[in-house]
Design a protein around this ligand. Structure first.
Ligand code: BTN
Length: 280
């Protein structure tokens, strides 16, 4: 979404934390650019925002469709914590996005583990957190949290391979500048405040309450084998807890790939596919 000078000013006035915004009309990937800025010494709280991306990236090497009308931004954190921090920041970001959306767009958003935000059964937001460790400063990792939100539906529609799964907050291109500014500010303020007390995980209860998966039966791939199990919860490390052969086990985001949700009432868009599809 294009930000005018006035919108950027309005945005800056809304921050409760020291945030430094860099805005461009077009970039390759806000995560890629901010990663380089982090390597060059950018401060915590630096945000890189683009109206569109030409090489938006998603999880598992997928691309992320990023035309005009969406919000695409990345925020830099420098937590003094272990590598699990990056997962916690993703979880915090999902809650920040879901709560901010509900407040500004009056939605009832859900979170699909790990980090997809759904509205009316369609994916409207994806999150990609990437960490960078400087070996000379092992306690100072940089975590780049990238967030992509389909605010307005794309002018020419979503590509066919994602049109059943992807949704937007506004179905038409109505003027939503005010809401976009508020949404971005609300997300950044929430995420910053969660990040400042990350180890206390104040967002975990909200994350569980908004879960799209608890109580459903899912198929997933782990170590090359496909399995089916019922989801019973989300543990303290934000891992998915499933009941398999009468035993509860926790699945980490890095070790499993969710394949499908097999409960009645679920649309086919809930399938996570393997390989290059966008906005899965
Ligand atoms: C996913 O759904 O797999 C995650 C998508 C993350 C997309 C955002 S858009 C802003 C930032 N820049 C990127 O290249 N990716 C993230």
């Amino acid at each position: 979404m294009k930000f005018s000078e006035m919108m950027l000013k309005e945005l800056e006035n809304r921050f409760n934390f020291p945030v430094e915004i860099h805005y461009v009309d077009e970039t390759t990937s806000t995560n890629t650019v901010l990663k380089q800025m982090a390597a060059d010494g950018a401060k915590e709280g630096t945000v890189y925002l683009a109206a569109r991306q030409t090489q938006g990236r998603g999880r598992m090497g997928r691309s992320f469709f990023s035309p005009d009308g969406g919000l695409y931004f990345s925020m830099l954190f420098r937590p003094k914590m272990n590598p699990a921090t990056s997962l916690l920041l993703t979880v915090a970001a999902a809650v920040a996005v879901a709560e901010a959306m509900d407040e500004v767009f009056d939605t009832q958003s859900k979170i699909k583990w790990v980090n997809d935000v759904y509205v009316n059964g369609k994916k409207v937001c994806g999150i990609l957190a990437e960490s960078q460790l400087d070996p000379s400063k092992p306690t100072e990792q940089a975590v780049i949290v990238g967030i992509g939100i389909n605010v307005c539906a794309p002018k020419d529609g979503f590509p066919t391979e994602i049109e059943n799964r992807a949704g937007a907050l506004c179905e038409t291109n109505e003027a939503v500048s005010d809401q976009a500014v508020r949404l971005l500010a609300e997300i950044i303020n929430r995420l910053y405040s969660f990040a400042s007390v990350l180890s206390e995980k104040p967002f975990l209860t909200a994350y569980r309450n908004r879960s799209f998966l608890i109580g459903k039966t899912v198929s997933y791939k782990r170590g090359g084998t496909q399995q089916t199990a019922q989801v019973t919860g989300i543990d303290e490390q934000a891992r998915l807890v499933v009941l398999q052969n009468g035993q509860e086990i926790s699945l980490g985001a890095g070790e499993v790939q969710l394949m499908s949700i097999a409960t009645e009432g679920i649309n086919p868009h809930d399938q996570e596919r393997n390989g290059g599809t966008q906005q899965d």
